[in-house]
Design a protein. Sequence first.
Length: 574
Amino acid sequence: MGVSLRSYAYISASNCAEETRRPPYFGIGRRGLTKTAAAIVVIVIVIAAGAGIWYVTQTGVGPAPGAKLKDTIIIGTTDSVQTTIDPADAYDYFGINIIQNVGDGLVDYIPGTTQYAPALATSWSVSSDGLTWTFNLREGVRFPDGTPFNASVVKYSIDRQFAIDEPEGPFAGVGYDTIINRTVVTGPSQVQFVLNSPFSAFLALVAFTPMYPVNPNVASPSSIVNYTEGSVNVSNPNGLGPYMLTKWIRTAGKDVEMDLTANPYYWNASGGYPKTKNVIIKFYSDHTSLLLALKNGEIDVAYRQLEASDIISLQGNSNFRIWTGPGAFIQYLVFNTASPPFNNLLVRQALAAAVNRSLITQGVFQGQADPLYSMVPAGMFSHTDAFKDKYGEANITLAKQLLQQAGYSATNKLTFTLTYPTQHYSATDGIAAALEQAFEATGMVSVQLASQPWPNYKESTRADQLQAYIYGWYPDFVDPYDYLYPFLPADGVGFLHTHFIDSQINSWLQQVTGISDASQQAAIYTQLQTRLADQAPLVPLFQGTTIAVSNTKVSGIVLDATVIFRYYLIQVAA
C-alpha cells in the first residue's frame, strides 16, 4: 500500500501526557537541553543580577524602534481548555498554557531556553542531603483582588493539591504526591519543601503549573475551581501572572472566546511586561476556518493547529511569517512482547531495521516533522541516535537477515496486526500505512491494519489485545527521564503494556535518579538508549516541531523546548 500524501497537523494530542494517570516518579535526571534547534528569531537574554528579571530582545524582526504598537493582539486556535484552568486539575496543553499566562510559579524559564530564572521566588538553595529546598519569595506581590502573596499562600496551594489529589490531574499524574513530603513556612517570605528522597531536578517540578500559587479567596482548600458562566473571577484561581482573565465565553461546553488584559499587580510589570496590554483568543472549529481567519486579517496569530498543507501554502507569502521551534512531542511504535511474534527479539529487531521514517516525515507530514532515532528527543541532554547506529535507516537487507534467522521467508511470512487510534493524534492512518509499506518491502512480512477510537484503543492496550500499536508522548518535563521511565516500568506493564522487563535497564533508571553529576547522568542515559535500541520493545518514529503563523506586523513570538506559548512577549505594530 502506498503512503497518502495528505497533509496533517503535526500533533493534536489532548493531554500533555498521553496517559493522564501516570506512574509516580521517584526522581528525574538533569533537566534541560544542551541546545535548542535553530529558530527564525535571534534571541538575546539578560537576567538582572539579584532582581530575577529577564529581558528579551530580537534582531531582524518586529517593529522599528519607536514604532507605534497596537494595544490588542488577537490569537486564533482550534485547541481549547479541556476541563478547567485550576492548577490542581488542568492537564491539557491549552488549559496549562492559559495558566502560564495568567499565573506564575516560584521559578520560570528564560524564554528561548530551558534555563531556570527567578519568578515569584528571588533565590533558592538545597540542603547538602538533597532533601530540603528553601525558596526566598518576592515581597510586595498581590493578587488582583489585593490578597497578598506570601509563604502561607505557597503552603496553602501545595496542601490544597494534596487534599484534592485529583487522579486525572497533574499533581498525582506526575507524582508530586510521592516526591514532596511536606511544605514548611519558615518566615513570611520563605518556604521550604521537604522531599521524601533526593530529587536532583526538583526545580523542574517547581516550574510546572501544579506548583503555581493560587488565590485562597477563590480556590477552595478541597475542591477544584470549575468554569462558571458569566463570572471569570470565580472561574480563575490564578492571578499572579502577566495577564488577568477578563472574559471567558463557552457555548454548549465549547470555548468561543477568552480575553486577557494586563495585570497591574504583576511583579515584572516594571520590566515592561506584558508587551501588549490586551489579548483576545478566538476558538475555531477546524484548521480551514483558522487559516481563513488568518488570511482575512481576523486574527494576528494562528497557533495550534494549522495543517502542514496550510503552512506550506503560506510559505513565500510576504504577508505572513512562519515561526518554528523545537518540539517535545514524539510518536513511536510499541510491541507487546508477552506473546508471539513480538516475544522474539529477532522479529522486533527486524522491524526496527525496516522502518523508513522519511515515508512519515516527508510523505505524511511534508517536512513538518523530523525523524527520531531514540525515545529521548534530538537536541535534548544525552540524546543519541541509538536506533540509527544499531540498524541504519530502512535497512531492508538487515531486516531480511533477521527475519530469516527468526524462521520467516517469502513463503512463510511474518503476519501481524498493526493497530492505530483514531481522533486523538494526527495522521495515524498515514503513519500506519507508511509502516506497512516499509515492513512489506522486505517481501517477508504481511501487515493487517486496524483502527479503534481512542477510548477503545486505551482499553485494548490495557487488556493486552494489541500486537503492534502506535502511541505518542508529550512530556511533563523536557528531561530524558520523562522519556524513558514511563515506558519502561519495572513490572513491564505501565500504561503501554509492553510486558518488556530488563533488569539492567531497571537498574540504570534507579541509579540515575540519585546522581547529580551531569557527565555521569549522560553516561547512564547513553547506555540506556543503546540497550533500548538493541532490545527494541519500542521503536521511535518522529519528533514534532512547534509552529505558529502570524502576519508580518507581529514580533516577539518565542517557541522553545518548554512548549510555553508566552502571550506576554508578543507585540504587533499598528
